[in-house]
Design a protein around this ligand. Sequence first.
Ligand code: SIN
Length: 286
Amino acid sequence: MSDVQSPLKLAERPQGIDGIKIVPSTVRIGAEIFGVDLNQMLSDAVIEVIREALMTYQVIFFRDQPLTHESHKAFGRRFGELFIHNGVAGIQGHPEIVAIHADANSKYIAGDNWHSDLTMNPQPPMGSILYLHTLPEVGGDTLWASMYAAYDALSDRMKAHVEKLTALHDGEHVYRPIINDPTKTYPCSAHPVVRVHPVTGRKALFVNPSYTTRIVELPKPESDALLAYLHQHCQDPNFQVRFRWRPHSVAFWDNRCTQHFAIYDYYPHVRSGFRVTIAGDTPIGA
Ligand code: SIN
């Protein structure tokens, strides 16, 4: 694989800003952060270290953080306005928090297909922070894939082709079957197939098999074939990190340059927690 920027750069610099330690999980994506208590009011300097780590590693993990709803929201708000989910209702008293819960009676499992969150919106969320308090003894891991790495690994010819394209991202087929409300409508938005990250300036593939239905500029058979190829390409394990949750772990991902997949391999056991989502901006093409 060529041309992949190493995320080890940040880890090589002196550690210990306010006692923080950052341990990369792979060379392309993911890092675990130690020495931070997310239930505390964090200093601007600590938030900056976390923000920089997120920009570099794309998904960051914290252990042993028994988050209250208030701390969860307060931590999220340090990175932007919280986004109200337009598919799933928030929990009582906290419209910004959605429950992520599965047990033996669940009819729907959140996130058990590759996706970035809510890309059907004209301004998809910048990121999400997931806190899980209850985990099965085994199973229930989540995979994240770097869409920078997926873009970087394409041939120059394919890069040039897909950079000129836009794709439709539709919420209708995702939420209609799980939310029994005929009065609701779900957005459908066109986004560039290659997105330039507004902070890092790096290019990322921005199509996912959950929401993306069609490449606008191509006839349907070509659109279907190209999307099938891109979806398969994005699922290359070389672009991935796999996170083994423990009770009270937190994952914070950048939705603009990653996809994720919550593995449902723990039926009939319980996996449960809460997610906040941070508002984002209009995706800009290459
Ligand atoms: C999600 O898609 O936000 C759920 C991820 C997970 O449950 O691991």
